[in-house]
Design a protein around this ligand. Structure first.
Ligand code: GCW
Length: 714
């Protein structure tokens, strides 16, 4: 009876516990259960004062209403005057004059989207003030305060300002207009093009809220393998409808532009960037776009890469192509993000391609162009050294591209926290300008004095109820936003923030999940591509191991091209005796990799072809080390399974079960990777798998005949 009453009571209060389907991601706003904290929060925020009336102010009001009502379990009043113990949310020029005076100079060094959170006493009233130069800044400040509350931190003595370090903090959707997502493992596209522009899915607003809460301020809606259709008027109207939802949240829309659009939708016979009709066509198109979407962000372009059209088809350079579009967008403040992901099948080493094509163009791009560079020289592998191009175009703003969707990282089923990968890249010293020329300092504009700066992540979002399919995929989306705001944040800080908001503040839960997350990326490298192996996955779908594969339409899509395993040894010689890709790095970095005996083992096979008997720092031979690493990777997953089990009582049953099953797949896959790779390499090295490591469950042929015709995202 008591139980029934309790349930009824909870229900009547309107706080029935919802199933944890993951939809709210890190914006769960669960009721504060600790009495002391609850009372402290209620004391601090007795009412809200939001004087502004912009759509962003409305978004702030809605967010606070929802969040405070849920966390404080009481309704919050929005008052027309500042009451004692109020939360004041307003851009600086909407505050009363005395407050403007008191706080104005604190904002002097704050960026236009930065914010100030401050507890003050004003006219005898204790106030919590969120202010900024713009209403978007106030929105970011609001989310910062709500983050603190979700993390159950004190808010009675706030004094914090924060400004984003990067100007463009973006997502790139590889979403086709059919809603099929290239390399998407979380369902189909959230953009329901067919029902747009009339039907506005509420998901668009939640997408905007989630992004704004982590500082994301732009999104490219469609795949870089682009269809020109998106640039036709009916589709631009659909884009405009999305832009309208995202705008109050400070998010601009961008589009991937197909370089040959003037031919496909403009009836021209050429897309030559130096042709007058082509120039006029793009100018007219830009004019049309801005008449429909006045704050349109600009174009992302993949040109002359993997079959995409581009300026080289007309004997022109990437700079000619980028500048054509940049000139068309310039009158409206738009930008071009021109991708450097290019590689020509005839080249000797795919590693060197982007650098060779793009470095001669440094200084040739117009001022509203950024060259968008993937973090590594090949393609989002579990571990790559940095792309040498990052340190070789000082005159050009470079936009760093990471991949959130786990194309090569276990796709939709593996728990891999990517922040350690992002940090490894950002913290790498390129020696471009002597020591301390980190990738972060290049990308944030400090090293070469650029103001147009940015980081982007290829989105891992789809229409799965929880957005990313794997509940931990959300952490990668979260981490990208937080690092683009502040590249100095540590993986650990970001993980803990995310865990508290996503799974609650029980210290045992936080510590256990944090440990799992921080180890997960290295574990994945160990069971997939240890010691600098790379690109040894199945062709096309990129799912699972296939180091034997050698029949792709082009050699640089074949695993054998990358590992070069033979009787003698394994690895790609990129030193002076080989492809000499190492020469593309500055000496300070080059020498860290140049010598096989001192090269960091994590990168060894990226740069050296070494004997199976090569002595590793561990004292093991290379072959034994490879066996050790693959097994350590499998053990790492077993450990994650155990850790997850240990916190079972503290996790809601839905997500507990979901992650348990996914870890089960990850464990099987890790064993599969280990056994398939070790069987194959053992057959080439003619060396047995040494004790005490387990023997593969199947002969090599078994792994070789596995087929995945319907693997997702391909
Ligand atoms: O990672 C590879 C993918 C392609 C992708 C390409 C790119 C969008 O396998 O699916 O195409 O890179 O980045 O352009």
């Amino acid at each position: 009876m008591k139980k029934v009453l309790l349930i009824l009571f909870i229900f009547l209060c309107g706080y029935q516990v919802q199933a944890e389907d993951g939809y709210n991601a890190w914006l769960r706003y669960t009721p504060i259960s600790q009495p002391a904290l609850l009372s402290a929060y209620r004391t601090q925020i007795a009412s809200c004062y939001i004087p502004g009336h912009s759509p962003t102010d409305t978004a702030i009001r809605n967010e606070l209403q929802q969040a405070l009502h849920s966390m404080l379990q009481q309704s919050v009043s929005f008052t027309a005057a500042i009451q004692p113990r109020a939360l004041v949310c307003a851009r600086i020029n909407l505050l009363p004059a005395a407050l403007q005076q008191q706080l104005g100079n604190l904002l002097t060094n704050t960026d236009s989207s930065g914010y100030l959170l401050k507890t003050i006493s004003y006219a005898g009233k204790n106030l919590t003030v969120i202010t900024a130069k713009t209403d978007i800044g106030v929105l970011y400040g609001t989310f910062a305060l709500l983050r603190k509350m979700q993390e159950q931190q004190p808010i009675s003595n706030l004094d914090e300002h924060s400004s984003p370090k990067l100007k463009l903090r973006l997502l790139n959707h590889w979403d086709n207009l059919t809603r099929y997502v290239e390399r998407g493992y979380a369902g189909i596209s959230i953009w329901n093009w067919h029902t747009l522009p009339t039907y506005i899915d509420p998901r668009y607003t939640d997408y905007a809220r989630l992004n704004a809460s982590i500082g994301i301020n732009g999104t490219v809606l469609n795949n870089v393998n682009a269809s020109a259709t998106i640039l036709t008027r009916p589709w631009l109207l659909k884009v405009a409808a999305i832009a309208k939802v995202l705008r109050p949240y400070g998010i601009r829309v961008y589009l991937s532009a197909r370089f040959s659009a003037p031919i496909e939708i403009g009836n021209l016979h050429t897309a030559d960037p130096l042709n007058d009709s082509v120039r006029t066509w793009w100018q007219e198109k830009a004019k049309e776009i801005y008449s429909i979407i006045p704050d349109f962000g600009g174009f992302l372009v993949k040109a002359n890469s993997e079959g995409q059209p581009g300026p080289q088809s007309y004997g022109r350079s990437h700079a000619d192509g980028a500048n054509l579009l940049a000139d068309a967008l310039a009158p409206y403040g738009g930008i071009v993000m021109w991708r450097a992901f290019v590689y020509n099948p005839e080249a000797t080493d795919r590693f060197k391609q982007a650098y060779e094509e793009f470095t001669p163009l440094d200084g040739k791009f117009h001022s509203n162009v950024l060259v968008q560079v993937k973090n590594g020289p090949i393609d989002f592998q579990p571990r790559e050294p940095i792309s040498p191009l990052l340190a070789a175009m000082p005159k050009t703003p470079l936009l760093l591209e990471f991949q959130l969707t786990q194309e090569y990282l276990g796709q939709g089923t593996h728990l891999v926290y990517e922040a350690p990968l992002f940090k490894e890249v950002l913290e790498t010293d390129t020696y471009a300008n002597g020591k301390n020329s980190t990738v972060a300092s290049i990308v944030d504009g400090d090293l070469n004095q650029h103001t147009l700066t940015g980081i982007t992540g290829v989105a891992n979002i789809g229409n799965e109820r929880n957005w990313t399919n794997h509940p931990f995929g959300q952490a990668n989306w979260y981490a990208l936003g937080r690092l683009a705001w502040n590249p100095q944040l540590s993986s650990d800080t970001i993980a803990k923030e995310w865990i508290r908001q996503t799974f609650g503040c029980n210290p045992k839960v936080i510590n256990t999940i944090d440990t799992m997350m921080l180890a997960s990326r290295e574990t994945m490298v160990q069971y997939m591509t240890p010691l600098g192996l790379h690109h040894i996955m199945g062709n096309g779908h990129h799912y699972g191991p296939a180091p034997w594969s050698n029949h792709a339409p082009r050699p640089d899509w074949d695993p054998v091209y990358y590992h070069k395993a033979d009787n003698f040894g394994i690895g790609f010689d990129r030193t002076a005796t080989g492809s000499n890709a190492l020469a593309q790095y500055q000496p300070g970095l080059r020498q860290q990799y140049a010598d096989s005996s001192s090269c960091d083992p994590r990168f060894l096979l990226w740069f050296h072809h070494v004997s199976w008997q090569h002595k590793m720092p561990s004292g093991r031979t290379l072959w034994n080390e490879l066996c050790y690493q693959y097994n350590a990777g499998v053990n790492g997953v077993t450990q994650m399974q155990q850790q997850w089990k240990n916190i079972a009582p503290f996790i809601d049953p839905e997500r507990y079960q979901q992650v348990t099953m996914l870890l089960g797949i990850q464990h099987q896959d890790a064993i599969w990777w280990r056994d398939a790779c070790l069987s194959y390499f053992s057959s080439i090295a003619k060396l047995p798998i040494p004790a005490p490591y387990p023997m593969p469950a199947h002969p090599l042929e078994y792994y070789q005949q596995l087929r995945f015709p319907y693997a997702p995202g391909n």
